[in-house]
Every structure is written in structure tokens, then in C-alpha cells.
Design a protein. Structure first.
Length: 135
């Protein structure tokens, strides 16, 4: 099972885990978060991330999801991008995370694609100007 690490600005990672636990009615296995505090040493963040990845990887790989490209958490993932069995994506959303959790019995590449599709498909305009198709 693909592990999932949320590497985000504090307290987003733990909040996303709480939301996923609410949706699935139990805390998903092999899901962890490293919440980055303001002014936290980036070397420490990288060490924490690598330790978490080692604990999450059962040989199937680990998907690291960060919140915003260019922020400290995502910058700390740059050293992880060339690690075997680790994939990194930015722009976490709840639909992205739920999709990743749902498909993580598949390969790491499939989990990445499904997470990205969940993130893209989960962003929709909701107001009275949008008419949903009856289909």
C-alpha cells in the first residue's frame, strides 16, 4: 500500500488527516503529516520528512503531498524528488487526498495520477449561475 505524507504549513497536515478520518470513519493507515512551523529549520524539516517516509514505505512507495509550490514545505521536498519510490505533488485539497487514499492499493504512478485528477476535478464553481446537467 502506497504511504502518504503530508508536508504542509502548520496545522494543515493534521487538519487534513482529521478530515480524512472523518470521511472514512477511521484514520487511514500509512498516512502521516509533517507540519512546518514558521521559521523552522529546513534541514530539520527534511530530516523529519525522510524519517516519516522511511516509516510509511512498505516497498510500495510514498506519495508526498505539499500545500503550495514555492513555500517552505514544498522547497523541502526538492531533495526527495530523486529518491526511488517517492513522488511529490503540490496543491493539496481534500478531494486530492481522498482520491489518493482510495487508490493507494495501486502503483505509486497510478496514485499520483488519481490524486491529481481528484484535485482538478474537485475544484468547481458552485453558485446559481452554474446549471448542472440532468444526466
Amino acid at each position: 500500500m502506497v504511504g502518504i505524507l503530508l508536508l504542509t504549513h502548520a496545522p494543515l497536515g493534521q487538519a487534513f488527516i482529521s478530515a480524512a478520518t472523518h470521511v472514512f470513519r477511521t484514520r487511514p493507515e500509512r498516512l502521516d503529516a509533517v507540519d512546518v512551523n514558521a521559521d523552522q529549520d529546513t534541514g530539520e524539516v527534511e530530516r523529519l520528512a525522510k524519517k516519516a517516509i522511511a516509516g510509511l514505505d512498505d516497498g510500495s512507495g510514498v506519495l508526498v503531498i505539499t500545500d503550495v509550490m514555492g513555500g517552505t514545505p514544498s522547497n523541502c521536498t526538492l531533495g526527495l524528488c530523486n529518491v526511488d519510490n517517492v513522488a511529490v505533488i503540490a496543491g493539496i485539497s481534500l478531494p486530492m487526498l481522498l482520491r489518493a487514499i482510495t487508490y493507494r492499493q495501486d502503483t505509486l504512478d497510478v496514485v499520483v495520477e488519481m490524486a491529481l485528477a481528484g484535485g482538478q476535478g474537485g475544484a468547481v464553481r458552485v453558485d446559481n449561475r452554474v446549471r448542472l446537467s440532468p444526466n
